[in-house]
Design a protein around this ligand. Structure first.
Ligand code: AMP
Length: 282
């Protein structure tokens, strides 16, 4: 695995691989790697002859500076993990390499970015789309791998790629969970053992809704959401930021489940914010 820090070096390596007729797979990450990231990397390696991984904690997607500051970072551990996989190229730029001069150009997907996460993290998706667009221009991959764990992000990026005619195929990969069902996340390292049950309340609420739909045939989303919210409400220091059932394609709220929907939520423990979702296909 080659490790580079400069944009020009990424270009050089990718050009070489392309000359050899290799398809380029790309997995953008913010590091603090876990099994969720590794599943994306494995998918790229299985489908593409040359896999590029990036690690970059993108400052412009953090609406809360304290969250940016305390975001877990451990490049040495990440590099060791990646060496065990068949990754061809790792791009770890410094912030100055990605944002060399004051940037005046941003990429914004309106509408889809303004709901759900967007309401609680203003500017977040603008930061995500801008950096992902930059990374796509740097790497120029044939395929890029994203997790359904961040369902809204995946949908927003697909829209950006479509609207801007970016020549890349976006591949969505299933959410990887820890043994008890908690979605793998870099932020899970912050969860205190005693708070595990609280952290799991969102997943338990999503599972309850799924059971009610698939086993009991309940389709009315107001009934489903009321029940889901009651599971989280049991924990007084868990703040439910949102729990919604929305259309799988356009993220608009659904009253009665008649097609594929996404059930998404965000909770806040006093010291960590967690998101999760499930897809229900009736
Ligand atoms: P991050 O480092 O959090 O920006 O995530 C990088 C990529 O990994 C994104 O496409 C995420 O959706 C994906 N990802 C994060 N957690 C998981 C997970 N538990 N399962 C699958 N993909 C994930």
């Amino acid at each position: 695995m080659k490790i580079v820090k400069k944009v020009d070096d990424v270009r050089k390596e990718v050009k070489k691989a392309r000359k050899e007729g290799k398809t380029i797979g790309f997995v953008p990450t913010m590091g603090a790697l876990h099994n969720g990231h590794l599943s994306l990397i494995k998918a790229s390696i299985s489908e593409c002859a040359f896999t590029v991984v990036s690690i970059f904690v993108n400052p412009i997607q953090f609406n809360d500076p304290a969250d940016y500051k305390k975001y877990p970072r451990d490049n040495e551990r990440d590099i060791n993990l990646l060496k065990k996989e068949d990754v061809d190229l790792l791009f770890i730029p410094e912030t100055e390499e990605m944002y060399k001069e004051r940037a005046e150009t941003y990429v914004e997907v309106r509408g889809l970015s303004d709901v759900l996460e967007g309401k609680f993290r203003p500017g977040h998706f603008k930061g995500v789309c801008t950096v992902v667009c930059k990374l796509f221009n740097i790497v120029q991959p044939d395929k890029a791998y994203f997790g359904w764990k961040d369902a809204q992000q995946l949908i927003v990026i697909r829209k950006m790629v479509k609207d801007l005619n970016i020549p890349v195929e976006i591949v969505g990969c299933p959410t990887i969970r820890e043994n008890d069902g908690l979605a793998a996340s870099s932020r899970n390292v912050f969860i205190k053992e005693d708070d595990r049950e609280k952290a799991l309340s969102l997943y338990n609420s999503l599972k309850k809704i799924e059971d009610m739909v698939l086993k009991e045939g309940i389709k009315d989303t107001s009934i489903l959401l009321e029940e889901g919210k009651s599971i989280i409400a049991k924990y007084t220091d868990v703040e439910l930021q949102y729990l919604e059932i929305v259309d799988f394609e356009n993220l608009s709220p659904v009253r009665k489940i008649e097609s594929k929907v996404l059930v998404l939520g965000a909770i806040k423990l006093p010291y960590v914010r967690l998101i999760d979702n499930i897809i229900i296909n009736v």
